[in-house]
Write a protein that binds this ligand. Structure first.
Ligand code: ADE
Ligand code: ZN
Length: 319
């Protein structure tokens, strides 16, 4: 029996496996610039975040209908459940679809159809987190929040993702304020490739409750102390950090040091179809590469529920 755990950092578009990408391409008459799944997999050799994002956005061309989004989500939930995931807080990137002419209603209702069936089919409770693309304008983010208004009962919180460097959190102050006024929870990617100051800014200017990645907090000891004191969870993604070259090899990942420092660390998959594993695979990989013992793995699993947006009674049931 895999360790029961929650996953708090997974982009649903990053769960698009090559086989499903080709199946959807065929169904929707979309031509992919790869001959087959093997050629596509060979392209998963990334230099940095941007080189990954270029492929990630290109492959999304195959996602067109509500059925596509439902099928993608159901496939993720089945895989996650098999690896012990009991609760998943799932990111999606509406702007990456609306710019291609896919209505936001198609995206959200497709995702929601799979999520509504998730407890029954997979025993996985879920939350949906709508991310804004930080390399797009603040005005586009605000417009997207407005467009999502009819669907807000489906959405628990907002996040911030895409190319980090040069797009500091403060750019999105207004949309985070507006989302807060609507009762949405707040998270943001910060300190993945960007500096530690982006983490501080995400806390102080955007009011985030949880930091996605947060790896580079280690460059600022005052910030580390603050994150520990305020019990701000970090959603770390070690396999992603290796594939996107934030760390050289998994054996060098600072996760054990971060746990020793008292940080509230969780371990997640980020974009599992691209980075070589789902969250159970990630637990296995960090155990092997970093020599984490059973107690440390249980601590990571416990943290994943503590850091989740589940209510206390739901959390007890999921654990
Ligand atoms: N979108 C999908 N994966 C991402 C990542 N690791 N960082 C920023 N944006 C992303
Ligand atoms: Zn991410």
């Amino acid at each position: 029996m895999p360790l029961p755990k929650a996953e708090l950092h997974v982009h649903i578009e990053g769960t698009l496996e090559p086989e499903l990408a080709f199946a959807l391409a065929r169904r929707n008459g979309v031509e992919l610039p790869f001959a087959d799944t093997e050629e596509l997999r060979r392209a998963y050799d990334f230099e940095d975040l941007q080189s990954f994002l270029d492929l990630y956005y290109a492959l999304m061309a195959v996602l067109r209908t509500e059925d596509d989004f439902a099928e993608l989500t159901d496939a993720y939930l089945a895989r996650a459940a098999a690896q012990g995931v009991r609760h998943a807080e799932i990111f999606f990137d509406p702007q990456a679809h609306t710019v291609r002419g896919v209505p936001i209603a198609t995206v959200i209702e497709g995702l929601a159809r799979a999520l509504d069936d998730s407890e029954r089919r997979h025993g996985v409770s879920t939350r949906l987190i709508m991310c804004f693309l930080r390399d797009q304008s603040a005005a586009f983010a605000l417009e997207t929040l407005q467009a999502a208004r009819p669907h807000l009962h489906r959405i628990t919180g907002i996040g911030l993702d895409s190319a980090e460097v040069g797009h500091p959190p403060a750019k999105f102050r207004e949309v985070y304020e507006a989302a807060g006024a609507l009762g949405l929870r707040k998270v943001a990617h910060a300190g993945e490739e960007g500096p530690a100051s982006y983490i501080t800014e995400a806390l102080d200017v955007l009011g985030v409750e949880r930091v996605d990645h947060g790896l580079r907090c280690l460059e600022d000891t005052d910030l580390v102390e603050r994150l520990v004191r305020e019990r701000i969870p970090l959603t770390l993604c070690p396999l992603s950090n290796v594939r996107l070259r934030a760390v050289d090899v998994l054996e060098d990942h600072p996760l054990p040091r971060m746990m020793d420092a008292g940080l509230l660390c969780t371990v997640n998959s980020d974009d599992p179809a691209y980075f070589g594993g789902y969250v159970g695979d990630t637990f296995h990989a960090v155990r092997e590469a970093l020599g984490l013992d059973e107690e440390r793995l249980r601590e990571l699993a416990r943290n994943s529920f503590t850091a989740s947006f589940l209510e206390d009674d739901e959390e007890r049931r999921a654990r």
